[in-house]
Design a protein around this ligand. Sequence first.
Ligand code: PLP
Length: 319
Amino acid sequence: MLSEQVTGTVNSLHNLELVKQIEATIGIDYAASRQQQIQHPLLDRYDIKLQVKRDDLLHSIVSGNKWRKLKFNLVNALANGHDHIISMGGAWSNHLHALAYVGHRLNIKTTALVRGDEEHADSPTLQDLRDWGMQLRFVNRSDYRHLRNHRQHDAPPADKLNGYWIPEGGASKLALHGIAEINQEIDTNIDTLFVACGTGTTLAGLITAGCHYQVTGIAVLRAESFMRADISQLLGVTRPDANWSINHDYHCGGFARQNETLLAFIEQFEKDTEIPVEAVYTGKLFYAIFNLVETGKIQPGSRIMALHSGGLQGKRSAG
Ligand SMILES: *Cc1c(COP(=O)(O)O)cnc(C)c1O
């Protein structure tokens, strides 16, 4: 545990001492998440100013938006005396990777329910989870689907495993508070902020932040039939979508699916900008932005920003 003084008596979400101590122990560096202006001939041609909020640089291991989403879940768990956190994910999960590392640094027990079976699921991600002391339990596809229904911290399987449950991808209401802090760090005038959407929690957090700009989510999976409803459920209300939207045109066939065009774009983008991206989230995000610019769907003259949400650990190849 951190220390008794920290874990025992706190019950406020915004216990600054606890937050600071957690962040210092893990080594989160908010100043590293700078806003970087991108130079590119295509952007010049359309007179578009693109900045990237480098949340991938918040920490060398804990991915950008996965830290943001974990933050107040951790505070809440510790403040309520929990010393065991349980969550779920696939063999390449950025969320499990962040959670396992954080658990390791804070000396909190962690358990992951991993989709697939042990013999066939292996990855550098799972190896890291084991190295950081996370307990892995493999679950079949149908059980995994059922687990997705549990969104509350004391819901199954927390009750059985005696811990604090965080839903897949860190998609909980508490996650919204951590994401909303991104808005406070954006200190330039922009028209639109673009973010990659998996569960939609990052987008939902920005919706709660009262941003003075449009927020556009780029869905990285086929989510037309459920993402909007999931976001409403997280928000607890149906917010008018006056200043936010989801674009479903750039999932490239589904979650973690890729095609030649996307891969070629990523290679060129990394060369041109020296910003690393991966094919599951941020590659699709920048591919979408550049395509929207090129097709005139982002108005020439616009000032836009992309949230680089991290996830680069998933880029390592297996074996
Ligand atoms: C998980 C993840 C996302 C998706 O975030 P949601 O809040 O689930 O929509 C985006 N980018 C990266 C790099 C991620 O790891």
